[in-house]
Design a protein. Structure first.
Lengths: 149, 149
């Protein structure tokens, strides 16, 4: 049973196009599996999602990263699962942050042209979902479909 | 009355993140205004859209650019409106192509960091919708909202 369980998706800077497609896809997949899903992101990432999903058909809850991090630190909120999207050194720090502050089971979703090298640098407990995807979402979608049924 | 009228959206290479968000937003806006909407794009652009809009809630018809161009040339299909998204020199050729082959009223949606310079190079009849947006979709969305009520 996943009813009542909470999942957080964390989007970094939206410069690699696959991030938003996969985040929306994964959010819906988790919701259909019974999770209460929140998508956090940088200001631009959240705006891109809100314009694309204008009717909130796929994603009902979005929140700014700068808002959710203190709330987790202060134990006002926490999640059962956390998927951190990363494609750059800067993005890698989000995974480390959520690993440190949240009790959620952490999934590191690593993509972009340096995905494999970046994934090797993850030194905190996380299930890694890694694909070299930048413009074509299919490799990353297939990896996600293997982890989340 | 726009009932029965057809609109085509043309997406180029998806490297600038605002393209997909704005294309999905505009597609829905045109559909709500009564247009039969088709979204054409490169293979990666269409895949990104299909993964993000997995239930076809916002976009019902997608087609590969390489398929639709010959169909318009051979007069098997045509549109009343055509919105060509462009953010690079390569993308600018799509606008010129659709200007040449289609009888549709053409809108050149020009974005990315060189949007203003690119827009000046358009030398075919087109209504220009221009915003420097790359990661933040709001400037381009606002321009579109002024053109399409």
């Amino acid at each position: 049973m996943t009813e009542g369980k909470k999942a957080l998706l964390v989007m970094g800077c939206p410069e690699v196009p696959v991030q938003m497609s996969i985040a929306v896809y994964l959010a819906q997949k988790l919701r259909k599996a019974g999770y209460d899903v929140t998508v956090a992101g940088t200001d631009a990432a959240v705006k891109l999602l809100r314009v694309a999903d204008f009717d909130s058909y796929y994603v009902q809850k979005t929140v700014d990263l700068d808002q959710i991090i203190p709330e987790i630190v202060e134990k006002k909120i926490d999640f059962d699962l956390c998927f951190a999207f990363m494609h750059s050194d800067a993005g890698m720090t989000y995974g480390a942050t959520f690993s440190a502050i949240s009790r959620a089971k952490l999934y590191a979703v690593v993509f972009g042209k340096n995905a494999e090298e970046l994934a090797k640098t993850i030194d905190y407990p996380a299930e890694k979902i890694v694909a070299k995807a930048t413009h074509n979402p299919t490799p990353l979608k297939n990896k996600i479909d293997r982890v989340i049924l």
